[in-house]
Design a protein around this ligand. Structure first.
Ligand code: ATR
Length: 276
């Protein structure tokens, strides 16, 4: 990668920042597609968000930002426009900075998850689905599942009130989808998606105590590392088909680039800016 005076700058904001893997992955894709851009980590503290966002509006060669923990919900407040269902989800993870400094935010986690499923030849449409977790990632995936047309969506979360709250928000946007916060009944489901953080750390318990699986159902993870979480190992041993967390990110990176490169008048089909 050669950085010149014409290179477009992109950032990923987080606190802490040292663990982020997105810059190396994103820069590899930029190089592959011949986009003259570079992504760098930006360690940003919550208290500095107003100053930071005021500053980046003036930074003429900044193409956009990826937003991650803990900034996803609040970053929305600094955008001029929010696209898609990010407002209902309550968080964004990608911002495009347009030439006049306009900041356009979008949430791509859920669409990334669906793209990963599709790549594996799987679909959420028509599936009896169980979502484990109702945090940030859970909300994004839940909206995407509802949009994809699941036959039924049960949301299970340690804090039941958060599951209820998420279910109500989805019902408001997708009144035709059957949504509940009832018993997980894992063995009865076609598709189970874990969006809790359980499995991330060694020694974590399973996201549910009472887990039963069956061949033919799909058990999917939002956790990327480790690749095989205890949940996936248990599901696989019981004959279920497992779906790793990595494709969700891989798909998101492509969607993020499409968002960065989209022109203000065209939110769906990004023209190539290769050679900028
Ligand atoms: P993210 O943005 O990665 O989704 P988050 O919003 O903090 O992170 O959500 C974490 C999810 O993991 C939540 O569903 C959380 O459950 P609560 O809403 O009850 O906190 C879930 N989670 C985290 N630790 C957990 C634990 N020890 N047992 C069960 N669920 C847990």
């Amino acid at each position: 990668m050669k950085i010149t005076g014409r290179t477009t700058l992109y950032g990923i904001i987080a606190d802490p920042i040292h663990h982020v893997k997105t810059p190396e992955m994103m820069n590899a894709i930029f190089a592959e597609m011949g986009h003259d851009g570079v992504m760098v980590p930006m360690h940003l503290r919550d208290a500095d968000m107003p100053t930071f966002f005021e500053g980046i509006r003036t930074m003429q060669n900044l193409g956009g930002l990826i937003v991650t923990v803990p900034h996803k919900p609040r970053a929305m407040d600094f955008c001029d426009r929010i696209e898609g269902d990010a407002r209902e989800i309550g968080a964004i993870n990608t911002i495009r900075r347009e030439a006049d400094g306009t900041l356009v935010g979008v949430a791509l986690d859920g669409r990334g998850f669906l793209g990963g499923l599709a790549e594996a030849g799987l679909t959420a449409k028509g599936q009896d689905t169980l979502l484990l977790g109702a945090g940030g990632a859970g909300a994004a995936v839940a909206f995407a599942l509802a949009e994809a047309g699941v036959a039924r969506l049960t949301i299970h979360n340690r804090s039941r009130d958060k599951a209820e709250d998420l279910a109500a928000r989805i019902r408001a946007r997708y009144p035709d989808v059957a949504i509940d916060t009832g018993a997980p009944q894992t063995a009865a489901r076609d598709l189970i998606v874990n969006t809790t953080s359980l499995g991330l750390r060694q020694g974590d318990p399973l996201p549910l105590e009472d887990l039963a699986f069956r061949p033919g159902q799909v058990v999917a993870e939002a956790i990327m590392d480790p690749e095989v979480t205890p949940l996936l190992a248990t599901a696989k041993a019981a004959g279920a088909r497992i779906h790793f967390g990595k494709p969700m990110l891989a798909n998101q990176l492509r969607l993020m680039i499409a968002h960065f490169l989209a022109q203000p008048s065209d939110a769906t089909t990004p023209p190539s800016r290769t050679g900028d």
